[in-house]
Design a protein around this ligand. Structure first.
Ligand code: WTA
Length: 681
């Protein structure tokens, strides 16, 4: 196997390994010691990250590596001036990658006769540079966009999305990307919170052989914004699907018209961005009904991405890198766009669905472009696992050398299938743990350290050096190996969020206040560490679900439902699902005058599609009940409901809810069981 282990090892040996270890082969213990040193000493921690930061181009280097004077508002590379677009294009061109393919884009439509995709576009680093410069110019000169602004992108997986991302980075302007599967209401809430005056969208896109239209959703969202006092200055529309769409000629402009007449060679200087300039905000779900926006600048983020591209993906110059995530999520921000370009790779972007026209589309993409590094989600693997393996054998996947997953726990069965069938048992494979808030990968298997840290199916492996993780009990004390606890990060890391946009108090409350007297970042996950120090993340410990890898708060679903005229009350919990990991089950109490029926159910589902969006809404299981069990203080007995949907026995539930008498819990349990039973019957 030609993995770049040697080069990686060399990097470690020349830069990382203390001189005293150099005359012998480094061992697991050495690595642990090194890791530990970054935990125990701030100096070692800073030195480690500075080594990585020094590999990047800075207009001006930092005055201070880490400002920890005002926790949890940590700031990295303070005073350093950097630009993500410059790093991803100009700097790559300077390094000789001008004519190298930076982006391969494949549209979904399929030519049945020729047995190939109808559209494939390849963009060199120079193309990316030019495309994004032209857009920067248009935004700056025609629309007056300036440093410090935030633009909202509601775009599908088309090349214009990375073009616009790079274009705003060049200007020192932040983006707020809203996943194109979100509904008008969700989009409106995010636009309103961000205060964006410019929206970039498309007429529509292709998904599973159909055209999905986007612009009408924007139209609806903007009506909501208008009602709430926010008038949108411009809507830029990329023509992708060529469909009829609603149009407001004063406000809307086609992307191709906006840039027409601008010379393709136009150059816009890259702004020098310090840690005080927002590179992006990204809304994510938590335990309340209102999503919150993670905010970060460019410097520390770039350092974290660069380091993980090298350490976790073992990126080499000739790699073809494919991360299947939608750019609307953090995984797509970091590992479809910014990360792979930062290290000069060719990144692949695919518009559509993995099973169109047949469930071998992904394998055909790997073969078509000779993908060497593949990054996907367990849900997709579990879905594709159901199909005959012949579909895989039709394709040559021998170019793959690293295949990781992300987004949710991977069950050993899916991991083994992935490793065997996609990875030919001859790759580095792991489940990399991280989250929107961390910005980049935090744990995984390191290609260069494979021998020291053997693969274990299902684990999340080891933390990056320079990141200190712990599994702790309710009081914040470390749990012994094998004991489940809360997953925390105990020291700052470079790509970390810097605050929640316009909401510093919520930042403190949501992440840094869980363990009294301890400055720990609470991830919201349950995990165990095993005897070897490997982390196993088990799932969320809070009321956040991962539905097919999509993050959604149960409170968001409940607060959407409660606004439906037929709904008096609802309680949402997650149920384990063999493919999607989890699906939401909503126990719904109808208002007087409404009776449970397939029509009401269909109506509610339609409503959920309109409010939270079609992706999650289609997976929701709606269960009508007469009442939702509550504690005396009025809290929904969620753990009990969870036990019911998971089919736990009565014996398991008696101690589930604080302050609820055993008999009461049993009564509530029986009542709910009966209600569900009657419904099914
Ligand atoms: C979960 C996605 C187990 C976890 C990058 C986390 C995982 C949440 C893994 C963040 C993994 C992510 N194994 N669980 N490898 N990766 N998670 O913000 O519960 O969409 O808290 O970021 O996904 O989801 P988010």
């Amino acid at each position: 196997m030609s993995s770049g282990v040697e080069a990686y090892k060399e990097f470690f040996e020349t830069n990382i390994i203390p001189p005293s270890w150099k005359d012998r082969s480094w061992s697991k213990e050495d690595f642990r010691k090194f890791h530990q040193s970054t935990v125990e000493s701030k100096k070692a921690l800073e030195e480690w990250w500075v080594k990585w930061a020094n590999e990047l181009f800075w207009f001006k280097k930092w005055d201070k590596v880490l400002d920890d004077s005002n926790p949890p508002f940590y700031r990295w590379f303070v005073g350093g001036e950097i630009n993500l677009a410059y790093l991803d294009t100009d700097w790559q061109i300077e390094k000789g990658r001008k004519n190298k393919v930076a982006l391969i884009w494949e549209g979904e439509p399929w030519d049945e006769t020729l047995k190939q995709p109808k559209e494939v576009k390849k963009f060199t680093y120079y193309d990316l540079y030019r495309e994004s410069n032209v857009i920067s110019y248009a935004l700056k000169e025609k629309l007056g966009v300036k440093k410090g602004d935030i633009l909202t992108f509601y775009l599908p997986m088309i090349p214009e999305l990375p073009f616009y991302m790079l274009a705003v980075q060049r200007l020192g302007v932040g983006h707020s990307i809203v996943f194109s599967g979100f509904s008008a209401e969700a989009l409106a809430a995010r636009i309103l919170d961000s205060g964006s005056k410019i929206i970039v969208t498309a007429d529509g896109f292709y998904r599973r052989g159909k055209v999905v239209s986007l612009k009408p959703i924007v139209e609806e969202a903007l009506k909501i914004c208008e009602k709430n006092g926010l008038t949108i200055q411009k809507v830029i529309v990329v023509k992708r699907a060529g469909i009829d769409i609603p149009w407001n000629s004063e406000r809307d402009v086609w992307h191709h018209e906006l840039i027409s007449g601008i010379p393709p060679t136009v150059k816009v200087p890259a702004e020098r961005c310090t840690e005080s300039i927002i590179s992006h905000i990204l809304y994510t779900s938590g335990t309340t009904g209102t999503p919150k926006a993670v905010q970060r600048s460019a410097g520390g983020y770039a350092v974290g991405l660069y380091a993980t591209m090298k350490m976790i993906f073992d990126a080499k110059d000739d790699d073809i890198f494919w991360c299947t995530a939608d750019v609307g999520w953090i995984t797509g921000h970091s590992y479809v766009v910014y990360g792979p370009l930062l290290v000069g790779l060719t990144t692949v972007m695919y518009e559509g669905s993995p099973d169109y026209p047949e469930p071998d589309r992904w394998w055909s993409i790997i073969e078509r472009y000779g993908v060497t590094i593949f990054y996907t989600a367990p849900t997709a693997i579990r879905m594709l696992m159901r199909f005959p393996e012949d579909l895989i054998r039709r394709h040559d996947l021998s170019t793959l050398r690293v295949v990781h997953t992300v987004g949710e726990p991977i069950n050993p069965e899916a991991f083994n299938w992935y490793y065997k069938n996609i990875g030919r048992e001859d790759v580095v494979a792991s489940s990399t743990w991280w989250m929107t808030e961390t910005g980049h990968i935090i744990t995984g298997h390191f290609p260069g350290l494979g021998k020291l840290f053997p693969l274990k199916p299902g684990t999340n492996g080891y933390a990056l050096p320079g990141v200190t993780l712990e599994v702790v009990d309710d009081d914040g004390n470390p749990c012994p190996p094998g004991v489940r606890g809360y997953f925390v990060i105990t020291s700052p890391w470079p790509g970390m969020l810097e605050t929640l946009y316009k909401n510093p108090q919520r930042y403190i409350d949501a992440y840094w206040s869980r363990f009294k007297g301890k400055m720990y970042f609470y991830t919201g996950d349950f995990a165990v560490k095993d005897q070897d120090g490997y982390v196993w993340v088990l799932g969320r410990a809070d009321d956040v679900l991962k539905v097919a890898g999509h993050r959604i708060g149960t409170a968001e679903i409940e607060s959407a439902l409660i606004r439906h005229p037929a709904v008096a009350e609802s309680a949402c919990v997650g149920k384990t699902d063999p493919i999607k990991g989890q699906v939401p089950v909503v126990f719904t109490v109808l208002k007087k005058g409404f009776k449970p029926s397939p029509e009401v159910e269909a109506e509610i589902r339609k409503y959920l599609r309109a409010t939270i969006g079609p992706i999650v809404a289609s997976d929701v299981i709606i269960t009508f009940v007469d009442s939702v069990p509550k504690t005396r203080s009025g809290k929904i007995m969620r753990r009990l409901l969870r036990a019911v949907v998971e089919g736990a026995t009565l014996g398991d539930i008696t101690t589930l809810e604080d302050g609820v008498a055993v008999e009461e819990a049993i009564k509530a349990y029986e009542a709910i069981k009966t209600a569900i039973g009657e419904k099914k019957g």
